[in-house]
Design a protein around this ligand. Structure first.
Ligand SMILES: N[C@H](CCC[C@H](N)C(=O)O)C(=O)O
Length: 260
C-alpha cells in the first residue's frame, strides 16, 4: 500500500503523521516501529493518525516509537493541530478528542500552537521526586548542573525500577533557572531514550515547581529542542486547572512509502 507520510516536530520532539480520516490505513505495531526507527525508517519519537470523530474537528491517535498505542502527547497534539490545518481544516481554534479526553487548541499569529491540557487534581510528593499525570505519567526530579547529567542512564534506571518497570513512567529532570523559568530534560517511556523535549513532561515539571501558591502561574521552559511555555491556574495545593502548553510546531517534509 502506497501511503503518504508527513514529518513534523515540536521543539525537536518529532513525529510521523498520516491523514487517516478515511480509516483506510491499518498499521501494525511492527510497521509503526519500523517507520519510527532512525536510520532504517523515517525516524521519529512517535507516530500519529489524524482521524474523524463526531462533534470534534478530529480525533488524535498516538503511538510511541515502540509501535504501541500511547497515552497523551503534548508536543504531538500541537503538531497534529498544525497538520489538521495543513490538511484543510482551516480554523484557528480547534476542539479534538484524544486518549485522555477533550482538548482545545489554537494556532497563534507567530505560528505557535497553544494546547489545553487535562486538569491535574492529584500530585504525589515524595521528598526528592514528584509524580503526576498530565495525560501521560511523569516522574519529576530537581537537579543541579542539568547539562552534565547522563539523562539516559539516570532516566532508564528510574523507569525500570521496581515501582515503575511494569507500566513505565516518563522521567523529567528539572533545573530552575529563575522562579518562572525551568530547564527540563526528559527520558521518555516508549521511546526509551532522551527526547529533545516532552510536552506533557514540561507541563508536569512546571506544575510540580509552581511558583505561586494560588492563581495564575506562567513558566518559560528551556529544553534541548527549544523553548516551550506552560501556564495554569492553581486552585488548591494540588489542584491545577486551565493548563496550557504552547510552542512551535513545524512541518519537516512529506513523501510516499510503499509499505509491505
Ligand atoms: N512517551 C510518552 C507519550 C508521549 C509524551 C511526549 N512526547 C509529549 O510530548 O507529551 C508516554 O508514553 O507516556
Amino acid at each position: 500500500m502506497n501511503i503518504h507520510f508527513y514529518k513534523y516536530h515540536g521543539t525537536g520532539n518529532d513525529f510521523v503523521l498520516i491523514d487517516n480520516r478515511d480509516e483506510k490505513i491499518q498499521l501494525t505495531t511492527e510497521q509503526v516501529a519500523f517507520l519510527c526507527r532512525r536510520h532504517f525508517g523515517i525516524g521519529a519519537d512517535g507516530l500519529m493518525e489524524l482521524r474523524n470523530a463526531p462533534g470534534y474537528d478530529f480525533r488524535m491517535v498516538y503511538y510511541n516509537a515502540d509501535g504501541k498505542e500511547g497515552s497523551m502527547c503534548g508536543n504531538g497534539g500541537r503538531c497534529l493541530v498544525k497538520f489538521a490545518h495543513h490538511m484543510g481544516i482551516h480554523k484557528s481554534e480547534f476542539k479534538f478528542i484524544a486518549v485522555d479526553g477533550e482538548h482545545y487548541a489554537s494556532i497563534e499569529l507567530n505560528g505557535w500552537v497553544r494546547l489545553k491540557m487535562k486538569n491535574v487534581s492529584s500530585l504525589e510528593r515524595n521528598g526528592n521526586y514528584d509524580l503526576l499525570d498530565t495525560g501521560s505519567p511523569h516522574f519529576v526530579k530537581s537537579v543541579d548542573r542539568i547539562t552534565e547529567l547522563d539523562v539516559v542512564s539516570e532516566g532508564r534506571s528510574i523507569r525500570y525500577s521496581d515501582r515503575f518497570k511494569a507500566d513505565g513512567v516518563n522521567v523529567n529532570f528539572v533545573e530552575p533557572l529563575s522562579s518562572t523559568k525551568l530547564y527540563v530534560r526528559t527520558y521518555e517511556r516508549g521511546v526509551e531514550d532522551e527526547t529533545n523535549s516532552c510536552g506533557t513532561g514540561v507541563t508536569a515539571a512546571a506544575i510540580a515547581n509552581a511558583h505561586n501558591d494560588r492563581g495564575f502561574n506562567h513558566v518559560d521552559i528551556r529544553t534541548k529542542g527549544g523553548k516551550l511555555y506552560v501556564e495554569f491556574d492553581r486552585k488548591d495545593d494540588d489542584v491545577f486547572e486551565d493548563v496550557w502548553l504552547a510552542g512551535p510546531a513545524e512541518k519537516v517534509f512529506d513523501g510516499f512509502i510503499e509499505l509491505k
